[in-house]
Design a protein. Structure first.
Length: 178
């Protein structure tokens, strides 16, 4: 038996579609296809690799360590730029470098729990990544403050967020790989 219009809500996708001239069998097939798609997606989600959860916790720890670094970075930058009246790029550089060094120690001991005896090589790799992150940070800061005319501290915050993803990726896969 055919109906002129059916109003069907596909719950898995939260979409409302108007079906014209479909039989009940066709609607049943649409519904079953949507359920199959929903169950397949759930199966993919529940069958995540075992190493995702530790990665997630490392990401959270890295973020917390990064927040400590952010407070240190902003504090030192503010002190040098506003109180000592030094150049904003010098202030940004010193804030970033001091915060990065402290973050290395926190990430080595807490986030990645590294016991690598080659601390000199590990710290050298860290400095390479941090220096590249530092260059990206200053480039983003320059583009947002001088070219886009955004507020210095808003620009600095955005630069920190973007460089955060760069830093986590390279810390996880290059510096503290287990």
């Amino acid at each position: 038996m055919a109906y002129l219009f059916y109003y069907l809500v596909l719950v898995p996708m939260q979409l409302k579609i108007l079906v014209a001239g479909c039989s009940q069998n066709q609607l049943l097939l649409l519904y079953l296809a949507a359920q199959f798609k929903k169950n397949a997606a759930l199966t993919k989600i529940t069958r995540m690799p075992d190493n995702i959860l530790p990665l997630f916790f490392k990401f959270i720890k890295f973020g917390l360590a990064g927040f400590v670094g952010l407070v240190i970075d902003f504090g030192i930058t503010y002190l040098i730029k506003e109180k000592l009246r030094w150049n904003k790029y010098v202030a940004n550089s010193l804030g970033f470098l001091i915060a990065s060094s402290i973050n290395y120690l926190i990430n080595r001991a807490w986030t990645f729990e590294s016991a690598d005896p080659g601390i000199g090589v590990q710290f050298s790799k860290f400095l390479l990544v941090a220096t590249t992150g530092f260059a990206l940070n200053n480039l983003i800061l320059y583009l947002l403050t001088d070219k886009a005319k955004m507020n210095f501290y808003v620009s600095k915050f955005l630069a920190i967020v973007l460089v955060f993803f760069w830093n986590f990726t390279f810390n996880y896969f290059f510096i503290f790989k287990s």
